[in-house]
Design a protein around this ligand. Structure first.
Ligand SMILES: [Zn+2]
Length: 435
């Protein structure tokens, strides 16, 4: 192929994207959508903007396939970011400065870097005249960080034909880890569901100067909070976590507790990130009691973040909670239905193409599936269209622990080597799946 300047293009495009402030709220993603649209149109790609409100536009670009019935491949990225406090940063978070082989700025890792890389991959495919079997789609979408219905969820409902795809590459994975002397790249094939609940504890209010006359709901709640921290949700293996742990530990894993113990001796630091893949987690995070210091609270509300395994139900989790806390002394309410909790198979052509890329990039390295403790926009596509959606954008130059610390934090930056690697991965997938 005539050499397309992948490295320079992705660096420059990411710098430009970072310089557009798309902190959500308020988002203003139209700025990014228009920049990307202009970039892609230079290469003759067909584009369209879809916006529920004018300043929250989503961009979709298309490289048309030879066969309209053939599987479609979607490169998905969100263009909004979380906020940044310049006082905490070494550089201006909206400078897009190139320093020490990294592009610095808010969104470099989450996920303007991948948005830029996918745009450059589309441009490279178009400029070399690649004619895919099925459509290759590029979507740069709004409102992932807040999720109030301007982005992928809205597109799936209002413009399903724009984003309907058989395969999707999105955020959520790509970390490179080393365990037992072997190298693994993590691919997020499934996600937990978010399912917050609250405990309401009742007592009797009274003057705080005479505690014996009241019945302090906050004090009652304290024992329940401690009970929540002790609640042992069952450890469970899903096919993806069984595969992950079997590869990681180089043995056939059948018992999650035994696997967790083996992992603890192999890599104690890994337990905190792996254990949430094996069980539902409950984290009490918010409490509301008396509005006045001198009034004993008659009620106390404890709100809990709860992340449910995709194969479990609220009823099952509630039974575990009630077993830990006892039946009396509180009311438990689920605040909303489970959000997320979707899975894609890892026996697919997209998996094969991704695994082959990893092996070619770093001989001996293995692609392994993981269950994301959080969730991404992939679940909207899986739910709406049965899309095989993976979170994967390989990072090799930047250590996974550093990347994890920088996301949503100060001095976020992406290694130019990784940006180029990401473009090459997306090109590889496009050509393998759509030739
Ligand atoms: Zn993100």
């Amino acid at each position: 192929m005539p050499s397309f300047p992948l490295r320079d293009e992705v660096t420059r495009l990411l710098q430009q994207l970072i310089r557009l402030d798309t902190v959500n709220p308020p988002g203003n993603e139209t700025r990014a959508a228009e920049l990307l649209r202009a970039y892609l149109e230079q290469y003759g790609l067909r584009t369209a903007l879809y916006a529920r409100e004018p300043h929250r536009a989503n961009l979709v670009a298309r490289l048309p396939g030879r066969d309209p019935e053939a599987p479609r491949l979607l490169f998905l990225s969100h263009t909004d970011t979380v906020l940044a406090d310049p006082a905490e940063w070494t550089v201006d978070p909206w400078s897009g400065e190139l320093r020490d082989g990294h592009v610095w700025g808010r969104g470099a890792l989450d996920m303007k870097g991948q948005a830029a890389a996918a745009a450059v991959a589309m441009a490279a495919l178009a400029s070399e005249g690649f004619e895919p079997e099925g459509d290759i789609l590029y979507a740069a979408t709004a409102d992932e960080e807040v999720g109030e219905g301007y982005g992928v969820s809205w597109l799936c409902e209002e413009h399903p034909e724009a984003v309907r795809a058989t395969y999707c590459v999105n955020e959520g994975g790509g970390d490179r880890i080393v365990a037992g002397g072997r190298v693994f790249y993590l691919c997020a094939t499934s996600e937990k569901a978010s399912s917050p609940f609250r405990l309401l504890v009742r007592g009797r209010s009274g003057h705080a100067s005479m505690p014996g006359l009241g019945d302090n709901a906050l004090v009652r709640a304290a024992a329940l909070i401690a009970g929540l921290a002790r609640a042992e949700t069952p450890l469970r293996l899903l096919p993806e976590t069984q595969e992950f742990l079997s590869r990681l530990l180089a043995t056939d894993v059948v018992d999650p507790a035994v696997a967790l113990a083996s992992l603890r001796s192999l890599s104690p630091a890994a337990v905190a990130t792996v254990e949430p893949m094996l069980r539902t987690t409950i984290s009490p995070t918010q409490i509301t009691a008396s509005g006045k210091r001198n009034v004993i609270p008659g009620t106390c509300e404890v709100r809990c973040d709860c992340r449910i395994l995709p194969t479990e139900t609220q009823e099952e989790v509630e039974a575990t909670i009630r077993a830990a806390l006892g039946e009396d002394g509180y009311e438990l309410d689920w605040l909303e239905p489970p959000d997320g909790g979707s899975r894609s198979s890892f026996a697919t052509p997209l998996w094969e193409a991704s695994a082959a890329f990893v092996e070619a990039t770093e001989p001996g390295a293995q692609l392994v599936p993981i269950l994301l403790p959080g969730f991404t926009d992939s679940h909207y596509l899986r739910t709406a269209f049965g899309t095989i959606a993976y979170g994967f954008f390989p990072t090799k130059a930047m250590p996974a622990e550093l990347a994890a610390r920088l996301v949503h934090s100060a001095d976020e930056r992406a290694a130019v080597d990784d940006l180029e690697l990401g473009v090459r991965y997306l090109l590889h997938v496009a050509k393998e799946l759509m030739r």
